[in-house]
Ligand binder design. Sequence first.
Ligand code: G3P
Length: 226
Amino acid sequence: MLYVLDTANIDRIRECIEYYPVDGVTTNPTIISKENSNFPALIKGIREVIGPDRMLHIQTTEQTADKIIKEAVQLKEFVGGDFYIKIPITADGLKATSALKKMGIKVTETAIFTQQQALIAARAGADFVAPYVNRLDNIVSDGVNVVVEIVSLLKSNCCDTKVLAASFKTVEQVHKISLAGTHAVTMTPEFFKTLIYHPMTLYAIDDFMADWQNAYGEKKISDLLK
Ligand code: G3P
């Protein structure tokens, strides 16, 4: 499963990349607006930090097919590297998706809340579909199950489209969708940290260190091998 950062904060992206296996960055207009900074400089900065080979998903701010296509071409040229235009699922979004695929521009169909939205986006040629797990849970719609069914539908329809699940509040949501074979998840840097946290791990490390110290004092392996 690919791990993607759902943020436009350059310092946090840099920090996460140093420590975690990060496959890319996703943004949307809300995430971008939180940085309150010069947009071209911001997306160039993100590309610089993540390098050309990690995915960068940037969402369109247009709503008609022609304008979405124009914006996607402009963005791809400006930001370079492994680029995906994020397009919310609408009729115009689907029209733009089909056209962009023919032009060789990769698309992530976003704001997916139903299984049929995902399947139709896949048929239009989307590379990724992005269902919002926690926002579904918030309207008592079982976000995990929606993702599980999307993964299964795409598989049984032999689509190449992958699932990039978004919007998480619990580790359990991520775990359950990963069991279903979800291809990628995007989450905030803060949430990424919670995925590796467990108090028993910290206790175990403390015990290892205490036992070693009892036997060898302050000496480390490198001291003993000198
Ligand atoms: O990319 C979509 C994602 O940012 C939605 O997450 O936490 O706002 O529901 P959230």
